[in-house]
Design a protein around this ligand. Structure first.
Ligand code: SAH
Ligand code: SF4
Ligand code: F3S
Length: 491
């Protein structure tokens, strides 16, 4: 007999149309409410596992989720079969990202059958999509908990509901949330830390789902960001990466102060943390003041990730990127003039609906002109609810795949040439640990975020060292440790 489940008690479902609306209400900065005493033991003798997909924003959200779970008494495990709660922190950026998650959920069904008390949860960007939540409700009823990107701070309550409810607990707020400060965090690395400076995105590039899954742009207050970085410096962190979907829009939403990303970077520059990175920078809001500040260097590294998406002004227009090829190239020229040894990296989409061979070739020529040190390249993936998904697309998949391959050849050739130029040079490396491939080799990164492998004693881990590059490759640099002290930068 068919039964109708009543989800209404804990059920707030996502709505893409509502997510599109940008409210006029002012963003509130709220403090995370301490977890009530009776919830602090829910996870006693229990283990959690979080699987993270997608961008750095999600990686950092997982650190917050871990922080909340640990405050509830849970301890981490790396093994699915040991876990009492498994959360998939998902990404919706392209179809293959979603396929992976549904694949994992399918596989976890068996585990859930064997361990009915296991709590299986889905969070992150996919849970903000109506179609995904409907699919979960229909075909993945063994999922216990679904919560959205604006609902992370509500996890203690949602989890408690999931533990006592037989129905799927769903809470996804479609409209933008507020800024919640003081959330607990378990950072997975003791050297390098992520720091959110803003949330959401208002750019609405026509191909992109992020403005719907992450809500409207809202900035953290400068003092909250600066205090967090000072605290990380005190704890011995050597590097921070400032995070936002579009960090150059930082501060646009402040009503009471005139304080933008360039101002923030200028203040971060004065904090004694050796390296500061940021991602991601939208070319449109990259102003002269920011260039001026970055040119002061110190702890501000000479690497800028500057997604271009396409080298064709017509395609950029259809993408609603709001800059032309010429404006982008002019920005690159200004940056290179101010910071001659800057390393630029980018994101590129090929096979946007209707992209012609000539338009694609404009992307190739732009890549050659800018000479990126590396690039993330993607085949366009239609996302339900976005304007581009409705555009006519007459470019066959084989052509898109072939364009991706041609683009990658050009990107790799330039990457190899750029790395080759470092042969014989001595670079500053922050040593992260043993190389993944060979425990006898140490690996770390340059200021420009290039991966360097070299042989050296283990006590160098966590320190800055000098390495002479002996064998540059396309993706990595092999070198020799130069035993001389490194003057600490920025401290
Ligand atoms: N906020 C960042 C991008 C975050 S998404 C920015 O604007 O630069 C990371 C990258 O994924 C994008 O830069 C874009 O190249 C790619 N991407 C986004 N949506 C996509 C889609 N529908 N299909 C293929 N690639 C996409
Ligand atoms: Fe997506 Fe564009 Fe926003 Fe980046 S700026 S997250 S590509 S809408
Ligand atoms: Fe993916 Fe969401 Fe990041 S869609 S790329 S995890 S903001």
């Amino acid at each position: 007999m068919a039964t109708t489940k009543d989800y209404s008690q804990y059920f707030v479902a996502p709505d893409l149309k509502a997510a599109k609306k940008r409210g006029k209400e002012e963003v509130q900065v709220l403090q995370f409410e301490q977890i009530p005493e009776d919830m602090r033991h829910v996870g006693k003798n229990k283990r959690y596992l979080i699987q993270t997909y997608g961008c750095q924003m999600n990686v950092h959200d997982s650190e917050t989720i871990a922080g909340i779970l640990e405050q509830m008494g849970y301890t981490p495990t790396e093994h699915e079969y040991d876990a009492d709660i498994i959360l998939l922190n998902t990404c919706a950026i392209r179809e293959n990202a979603e396929d992976k998650v549904f694949g994992t959920l399918g596989r976890l069904k068996q585990l859930k059958l064997e361990k009915p008390d296991l709590i299986l949860g889905v969070c992150g960007c996919m849970s903000q999509e109506e179609s995904v939540v409907n699919r979960l409700l229909q075909s993945y009823q063994y999922v216990d908990l679904v919560f959205g990107t604006h609902n992370i701070h509500r996890l203690p309550y949602l989890l408690q509901n999931a533990l006592y409810s037989k129905e799927m607990v769903v809470e996804v707020w479609s409209k933008e949330g507020d800024v919640i400060e003081n959330m607990p965090k378990v950072r997975s690395d003791g050297l390098r830390a992520w720091v959110n400076i803003m949330y959401g995105c208002d750019k609405f590039c026509t191909y992109c789902i992020v403005p719907y899954t992450r809500g409207k742009e809202r900035s953290r207050r400068p003092e909250d960001v600066l205090n967090e970085i000072r605290e990380l410096a005190r704890k011995g962190y050597q590097e921070v990466t400032l995070l936002g979907q579009n960090v150059n829009a930082y501060g646009k939403d402040f009503k009471d102060i005139d304080y933008r990303f360039g101002d923030l970077m200028d203040d971060v520059r004065k904090i004694g943390i050796p390296r500061v990175r940021f991602t991601t920078s939208h070319p449109r809001d990259f102003d002269d003041h920011l260039i001026e500040v970055l040119a002061k260097r110190g702890n501000l590294v000479e690497h800028i990730h500057l997604p271009v998406q396409s080298g064709s002004t017509e395609v950029l227009k259809l993408m609603a990127r709001k800059y032309t090829r010429e404006q982008y190239l002019e920005l690159v020229r200004k940056i290179k003039q101010a910071i001659p040894d800057v390393v630029l990296t980018t994101d590129i989409i090929v096979g946007f609906p209707g992209e012609t061979e000539e338009q694609f070739e404009e992307t190739l020529s732009l890549v050659k002109e800018v000479e990126y040190d590396s690039a993330y390249t993607f085949i366009y993936s239609p996302r339900e609810g976005t304007p581009a998904a409705k555009m006519k697309d007459d470019v066959p998949m084989e052509v898109k795949k072939e364009r991706l391959q041609r683009l990658n050849e050009v990107v790799n050739e330039i990457a190899r040439r750029k790395n080759e130029a470092l042969r014989g040079q001595v670079v500053e490396v922050l040593v992260e640990g043993e190389s993944k491939k060979n425990p006898d080799v140490l690996s770390g990164r340059t200021r420009t975020n290039k991966l360097v492998n070299f042989r050296g004693p283990k006590h160098l881990i966590g320190r800055f060292v000098h390495v002479r590059i002996t064998e540059p490759q396309t993706w990595t640099l092999n070198g020799e440790w130069v035993e001389e002290p490194v003057a600490q930068v920025g401290v």
